[in-house]
Ligand binder design. Structure first.
Ligand code: NAD
Ligand code: ZN
Ligand code: ZN
Length: 333
């Protein structure tokens, strides 16, 4: 089968490799769609450790084509793959937060991922039926939508009187804006690219700030209806974290999803907003993915994708790096 594999120190190669076998409890999925996430760029850049050659791709939807002993999911079932795989045997996995167990168990990071014609999934716990969703739509839901869904849930009890700022309106941020808008809060979108900001308005943002033109914290406060209750940072650079921290009002939540490698000081600071909560989010859980799929099936999510083939994958990653992918690129192997 064809697969796009990352060779540490030597980039991405499209190769022909053996189709995986399935053992007891495992499933073989024929990949219909795999979203192209900015995290793949961090992996290719060595920001997240991958010790050995690995097939990348962690936003997968497809069809179960083979099952091992003890699997009850029928062959032929269309499914979305939950990618935050855990060890299945620790306290964190026991409480249903497999994605927090150990990054080196994740799909497309520690295990071969979905930039391939077939994917081995270790347990049926990690496949959720599409029940009518189109696979190209479903693939980004497993990460680009799931992570912002968790981010919004971690941003305090948002009400229609709140103001939420989303920074970085790419693959994740486009869902962040939608989930934040669903709480009824005022949503302010921040990006460096006017096209992304136009898209944010289509998706429910009430106001926008172009970070390449404005002094961001003061531009945010000039459009915010009240104090900023939460900032969801889908970039995670030094700048964006500093803007977030400066923009937050009393009791505000800064939720960091972006893996941009930035940092800010955390200290008692009478000049910044008081009693701030800073937290990171790491993907989302199986129950949260189930909820995201439910929202999408109800027709309440605007999911735009751009299909690409293996031959376009490297060029697509280059465009993603340059900020030139407007929605979510999805590999159709
Ligand atoms: P993307 O490339 O699709 O979108 C990034 C967006 O940020 C673009 O619209 C770009 O114009 C904008 N941007 C870049 N620099 C900016 C700046 N300084 N100020 C404002 N906007 C800026 O990326 P994506 O796939 O949405 O991923 C976003 C980030 O989230 C990446 O770092 C990715 O690795 C990370 N991520 C984290 C998790 C997690 O579990 N925490 C999951 C998935 C992705
Ligand atoms: Zn991702
Ligand atoms: Zn575990």
């Amino acid at each position: 089968m064809r697969a796009a594999r990352f060779h540490p120190g030597d980039g991405l190669r499209i190769e022909d490799i053996e189709r995986p076998d399935v053992g007891p409890g495992e499933l073989l999925v024929e990949v219909a769609a795999c979203g192209v996430c900015h995290s793949d760029l961090h992996l290719l850049d060595g920001d997240l450790p991958i010790p050995r050659p690995t097939t990348l791709g962690h936003e997968v939807a497809g069809t179960v084509v083979e099952t091992g002993d003890g699997v009850s999911t029928a062959e032929g079932t269309d499914i979305a793959v939950f990618g935050g795989w855990g060890c299945g045997a620790c306290a964190v996995c026991d409480r249903g937060e497999d994605q927090l167990c150990n990054l080196s168990n994740w799909l497309g990071i520690g295990n071969d991922g979905g930039y391939a014609e077939y994917l081995r999934v270790p347990t049926e716990k990690y496949v959720l039926p599409l029940d009518g969703l189109d696979p190209e739509t479903a693939a980004p839901l497993t990460d680009a939508a799931l992570t912002p869904y968790r981010a919004v849930r971690q941003a305090g009890d948002l009400t229609p009187a709140d103001t939420v700022v989303c920074i970085g309106i790419g693959g994740l941020g486009q869902f962040g804006v939608q989930f934040a808008a669903m709480t009824g809060a005022q949503v302010v979108a921040v990006d460096v690219d006017e096209t992304k900001l136009d898209r944010a308005v289509e998706l429910g943002a009430d106001a926008t700030v172009n970070a390449s033109e404005a002094r961001v914290p003061s531009a945010i406060s000039s459009v915010a209806a009240g104090e900023v209750t939460a900032v969801l940072d889908f970039v995670g650079a030094d700048d964006t974290l500093q803007w977030a921290s400066n923009a937050l009002g009393v009791g505000g939540h800064l939720v960091l999803a972006g893996i941009g490698g930035g940092a800010i000081d955390f200290s008692w600071n009478p000049l910044a907003g008081q009693e701030l909560t800073y937290r990171t989010v790491q993907w989302g859980s199986v129950p949260e993915l189930r909820e995201v799929l439910t929202v999408a099936r109800r027709g309440d999510l605007d999911v735009r994708t751009e299909p690409v083939g293996f031959d376009d994958l490297q060029a697509t990653l280059d465009r993603l790096r340059a900020g030139d992918v407007e929605t979510r690129a999805v590999l159709r192997p």
